[in-house]
Design a protein around this ligand. Structure first.
Ligand SMILES: C[S@@+](CC[C@H](N)C(=O)[O-])C[C@H]1O[C@@H](n2cnc3c(N)ncnc32)[C@H](O)[C@@H]1O
Length: 231
């Protein structure tokens, strides 16, 4: 249910975001695959390859949701743990054989310098304080550790950029409406995608947070991008 005072609640207020993901959780995996026309599998593999995880390394998958991305990362042989603040998403993970913890990415229950790698797919744009989250990731990364964040981004080719904008604004909410079940979530999906900084602007925030060797790689013509940085 949408709360009566929701119009006054900041859109990325953590309780509101977690409750929204709780509501969409039962249908999330199927709806997500339909909305991105099956490309999600390829993007998850691209993240695993970008991280180059080695057996025995420790990796944290933030905003792990139902754990699909965590399972893909675990194929590397690394010790991977997923974290998400939506209990509903975690509970929808069914029989996936990966450890998942209920935690907020802004207050991680891990010591400093714990992980060789930290990643997150389609999670960081939902965080209400991006800079604080980048700082928190840096805290739990071991010296020399790498971060790879996969997120929606801005298509590079202008005609595609325009068409993609129309798609996200007008078509995506309708598609989401057919496969999902939460009107607030369709609106949020579209608005949060259109508002998210482009590749260079996001890279700039990562540099300002203190990461080294920051770079990105576009997927799907730039509609999605993986950003990388090192501690
Ligand atoms: C769009 S889903 C992506 C799930 C999964 N990574 C995937 O690729 O299918 C975003 C997830 O990020 C989680 N999330 C958003 N903000 C978070 C935060 N501050 N701390 C932990 N999880 C968060 C949500 O609960 C949701 O499960």
């Amino acid at each position: 249910m949408i709360e009566a005072n929701e119009a006054n609640t900041p859109r990325k207020e953590p309780g509101r975001i977690a409750a929204m993901f709780d509501r969409v959780a039962p249908n999330y995996d199927r709806a997500n695959t339909v909305m991105v026309a099956g490309q999600d599998k390829r993007w998850r593999r691209a993240v695993r390859e970008a991280l180059s995880l080695q057996p025995g390394e420790r990796c944290l998958d933030l905003g792990a949701g139902t754990g699909v991305s965590t399972v893909e990362l675990a194929k590397s042989g690394a010790d991977v743990i997923g974290a998400d603040f939506s209990l509903g998403m975690l509970q929808a993970h069914r029989d996936r054989q990966v450890p998942l913890v209920n935690a907020d990415a802004l207050h991680l229950p891990f010591d400093d310098n714990t992980f060789n790698a930290v990643t997150g797919s389609f999670f960081i744009r939902n965080v209400d304080d991006l800079d604080a989250c980048l700082t928190e990731i840096l805290r739990v990364l071991a010296p020399g550790g790498r971060m790879v964040l996969c997120e929606v981004s801005t298509p590079v080719w202008k005609p595609y950029r325009k068409a993609h904008g129309v798609f996200v604004k007008h078509v995506l909410p309708k598609v989401a409406g057919r496969v999902g079940s939460d009107p607030d979530a369709y609106r949020y999906l579209s608005e949060s995608t259109l508002e998210w900084p482009d590749q260079a602007a996001f890279a700039d925030r990562i540099v300002k947070a203190g990461y080294r060797k920051v770079a990105w790689r576009n997927l799907a013509g730039g509609a999605v991008a993986m950003h990388r940085g090192f501690k």
